[in-house]
Design a binder for this molecule. Structure first.
Ligand code: ATP
Ligand code: MG
Length: 272
């Protein structure tokens, strides 16, 4: 169950790039809290600042004004931060080196840990992680990333998360490369991981249907701002922002029935 502890606290947090007339305000004065064990989705169109906000959460960018805190403190040491806060990105192939076997790279994940387990325990935990994402260890034995499909590689990223057992997972479009069936599987693995590891998850997507399915709360982003936030039912049944309505209209056909399952959403938004 969620407790009331704030994992992330953003107060008037802005992140700009460039200078003078070429300034880009990627994140614009956002204020929010994300609680322990919550699943929050950042939803918005391309270029609205989702990934920049994710990178602030990872300590890869820092606010140019305002504050951003993890567990009540600014993020200063990324090496320590990444022991607790990990990410899954859009393109799983870019996260693995093509010239090393998958298994050796899964084992290398232990490198960021403070206390490395014994070799035997590392091997066992790699096997457990593979089984957790429905891959039998012999299936990837001796294999390199280019020998697996995009969907299998996305599952390898999740296996890596299972090995690292982070407190917080930032999942930036983790199902962008897979078909609907594999997508549903990956989302189910993610939920299983969340249950097992009691993680806080920040899920990033263009697709408000997908976000509705997995989240406790939705943050709708537009041009660097959070234009609306609330529970999936609140946001989808009585959207307050025109940008939310646009996102509801843009839901891929295949995910529409996830939202239509909510009776209030049908009434308030018959087009969905
Ligand atoms: N390192 C950077 N330097 C300069 N501008 C940047 C940098 N990173 C992002 N931006 C700009 O910030 C804005 C927000 O980018 P961001 O990557 O967060 O978008 P996004 O919402 O993740 O989009 P998508 O859905 O396409 O991934 C864009 O205008 C982008 O060009
Ligand atoms: Mg992005």
């Amino acid at each position: 169950m969620q407790n009331n502890k704030n994992i992330f606290t953003a107060s008037n947090c802005t992140c700009e790039f460039g200078s003078g007339k070429k300034i880009v305000r990627a994140v614009d004065n956002v204020t929010f809290e994300i609680k322990d064990e919550e699943i929050v989705s950042l939803v918005g169109g391309s270029g609205c600042g989702k990934s920049v906000l994710a990178k602030i959460m990872l300590g890869l960018h820092h606010p140019t004004s305002g504050t951003f805190l993890y567990n009540g403190n600014p993020i200063t040491n990324t090496k320590i931060h990444w022991r607790e806060v990990q990410a899954v990105f859009q393109d799983p192939f870019s996260c693995f080196n093509q010239f090393f076997t998958i298994r050796s790279q899964l084992k290398a994940a232990f490198g960021i840990m403070k206390d490395k387990p014994s070799t035997k325990e590392m091997e066992d935990r790699v096997d457990q992680a593979l089984l957790a994402v429905n891959i039998k260890p012999p299936e990837i034995e001796g294999k390199y990333p280019f020998e697996l499909s995009g969907g299998q590689m996305q599952r390898m990223l999740l296996a890596r998360i299972f090995i690292l057992r982070p407190k917080v997972l930032i999942a930036d479009e983790p199902t962008s490369m897979v078909d609907a069936c594999v997508r549903a599987n990956i989302l189910d693995y993610l939920m299983k991981l969340k249950e097992e590891l009691k993680m806080t998850i920040v899920f990033i997507t263009h697709d408000i249907g997908l976000a509705y399915y997995v989240s406790d709360r939705l943050f709708i982003m537009h041009k660097g701002k959070i234009v609306e936030q609330g529970s999936p039912d609140e946001v989808t049944s009585s959207p307050k922002s025109e940008h939310t309505i646009q996102l509801l209209d843009d839901i891929p056909e295949i995910h529409r029935d996830w939202i239509v399952r909510s009776p209030s959403a049908k009434l308030a938004h018959p087009a969905v």
